[in-house]
Design a protein around this ligand. Structure first.
Ligand code: BJW
Ligand code: ZN
Length: 288
C-alpha cells in the first residue's frame, strides 16, 4: 500500500474508466455529521437506527424531525475543497489534463446532502456562464436525496428545498433547539402530506433493506472501472462496500482517502494507495 502521490498521478494518467465512491466523510468539513463517528448521536438517537423503514413506521414524527434537522444543516452548508476537486474531475476538459487517454469519470455518492451536485453546478456555471437545472450525468446519488419527498400512498415524488416543510416541523425545530435531547410527538396528520392525495410523505432517501438507486448503471461502471477512489466512507454498507473490492478483483487500482483506515476484514479490501488525512486536504493535494 503506497501513499506516493506521484505514483498515484501516474496511475491516474493511464486510467480510462475512473470512478469515485464517496461517503459521509466527504461532507464532514462542510459541517455535516458522519453516521458512525464517536459524536454521531442526534438527540440521544443513533442516526443508523433512524435510517430504517421500521423506524419510520414506528415513529414517523421522530424520523421526520431527524431529516428536517438535516435538511436545514445541508441548506446552510457549502461544498468544501474535496467536493470541488471531484467536481473538477467531472468536467471532461479538466479530466483530460489529469488523465489524457480519453478518460471518463463518474462520482457515485452515498451522501444525500446534494453538495457534490451543487459543487459541479458551480464549476459548470463558472465555465459556461450559465447555471444548469438538470442533474449532471456524472453523479449518481445512490442513497437518494434529502430534498426529494415521496408520497407513501401514491408514490408521487417532488423536489422541495423549503426549510419549513410544514408548520409542525418548523415549530418543533425551534422548540427542540432549546432542549437538544427531547423531541415533540407530532400527530400523523400534521406531518408533511402529499399535495396530490393527502398521503403521508417520506424523505426520498434509501433506508436499510431498500433498493439503492441507479444500481444497474452503477454496476456497469464498477465492472469496467480501472481506477476507483474511495473517499470518506467507512465502507461498511452494502452494496457500496463491494464496489472497490470488485474493481480490485478485476485488476483495477484502488485509492483510499480517509482520516483513518481500519478495514473490516469481511470486505477484504487492500487498496493500492492510501492517503490518510481529511479528504478536503488530501484530495486536492494529491490530484492537482
Ligand atoms: C473522513 C473525514 C474527512 C470522517 N475526510 N474521511 C448483513 C451483512 C451484509 C449486508 C447486509 C446484512 N444485513 C443487511 C445487509 C444489507 C444492508 C447493509 O449493508 N447493512 C450493513 C450495515 C450490515 N444494505 C442495505 O440494506 C442496502 N440495500 C440493499 O442492500 O438492498 C439490496 C436490494 C437489491 C435489490 C432490490 C432490493 C434490495 C441499503 C443501504 C442504505 C443505507 N442507508 C443509509 C441512510 C441513507 C439516508 C440518510 O443519509 O439518512 O446510508 S445508512 C448510512 O450508511 C447512509 C450512508 O450513506 C451509509 C454509509 O455510511 P458512510 O457514508 O460510510 O458514513 P460513516 O459515518 O460510516 O463513515 C464516515 C467515514 O468518513 C469514516 O470512515 C471516517 O473515518 C471518514 N471521515 N471525516 C475523510 N474529513
Ligand atoms: Zn400522494
Amino acid at each position: 500500500m503506497s501513499s506516493d502521490a506521484d505514483a498515484f498521478r501516474t496511475a491516474l494518467r493511464s486510467s480510462k474508466n475512473i470512478i469515485a465512491i464517496a461517503g459521509a466523510g466527504l461532507s464532514a468539513a462542510s459541517g455535516i455529521p458522519t453516521f458512525r463517528s464517536a459524536n454521531g448521536l442526534w438527540r440521544n438517537h443513533d442516526p443508523v437506527q433512524l435510517a430504517t423503514p421500521q423506524a419510520f413506521d414506528k415513529n414517523p414524527s421522530l424520523v421526520w424531525q431527524f431529516y428536517n434537522t438535516r435538511r436545514t444543516t445541508a441548506l446552510n452548508a457549502s461544498p468544501n475543497a474535496a467536493h470541488m476537486a471531484l467536481a473538477m474531475l467531472c468536467c471532461p476538459d479538466m479530466l483530460q489534463v489529469l488523465a489524457p487517454s480519453q478518460a471518463n469519470f463518474t462520482l457515485i455518492t452515498q451522501n444525500i446532502d446534494g453538495l457534490s451536485t451543487r459543487a459541479l453546478k458551480d464549476v459548470l456555471a463558472k465555465r459556461d456562464g450559465e447555471r444548469q437545472d438538470s442533474q449532471p450525468s456524472m453523479i449518481y446519488e445512490m442513497h437518494g436525496r434529502l430534498f426529494d419527498i415521496i408520497c407513501t400512498t401514491c408514490s408521487h415524488i417532488e423536489t422541495n428545498y423549503d426549510p419549513s416543510l410544514c408548520p409542525a416541523l418548523s415549530e418543533t425545530q425551534q422548540n427542540c433547539s432549546n432542549d437538544k435531547n427531547t423531541c415533540a410527538d407530532i400527530p400523523l396528520e400534521l406531518l408533511p402530506r402529499c399535495a396530490k392525495c393527502g398521503g403521508l410523505l417520506r424523505p426520498g432517501v434509501v433506508w436499510f433493506d431498500e433498493k439503492p438507486r441507479h444500481l444497474t448503471q452503477i454496476w456497469s461502471l464498477v465492472d469496467k472501472a480501472d481506477m476507483c477512489l474511495v473517499i470518506g466512507t467507512s465502507n461498511t454498507v452494502q452494496p457500496a462496500a463491494g464496489f472497490a473490492c470488485e474493481v480490485k478483483d478485476h485488476g483495477g487500482t484502488v485509492a483510499v482517502f480517509n482520516v483513518e483506515w481500519n478495514p473490516d476484514p469481511e470486505f477484504d479490501l487492500n487498496p493500492d494507495f492510501l492517503f490518510l488525512g481529511p479528504c478536503e486536504e488530501t484530495l486536492p493535494k494529491v490530484l492537482f
